[in-house]
Write a protein that binds this ligand. Sequence first.
Ligand code: ZN
Length: 149
Amino acid sequence: MSLMEQIYKTVILERSRHPRHHGALPDPATQHEGVNPSCGDELRLSLLTGEDGTITDARFQGHGCAISQASADLMIDAILGKTHAQARDLAHNFKSMIRGEAHDTDQLGELRALSGVQQLHARVKCATLPWTTLEAALAGQEEPASDER
Ligand code: ZN
């Protein structure tokens, strides 16, 4: 195993054991659930969007393998402060990396810790579950929850 692979593995284990963004958010946070039946991963994502349209807070609950948990935690790090469009763009880029397709490495930052999953075909959905859940949550919230404009 190369040094980089060892570092990436450490990040995944550390994040899955001690996630920084575990939990739930109170209303009016958007909640969305995702499941990956092939592995048994279950995820509930809570998102809060500020008046400026950026994601101001996010948490996740649920259980699953180290890859799905680490992916959820790293995802939340990456989307905080982003607009929905930026988050969707990042989701697309991340999934491209995991699927072994062309992607923008620089934009992914610490998310590259999961790049090795592209060689573990059975685990691809573990890594993409949080992002698919995010996309579904954002799709269900195209308009801001408040009508004060
Ligand atoms: Zn899994």
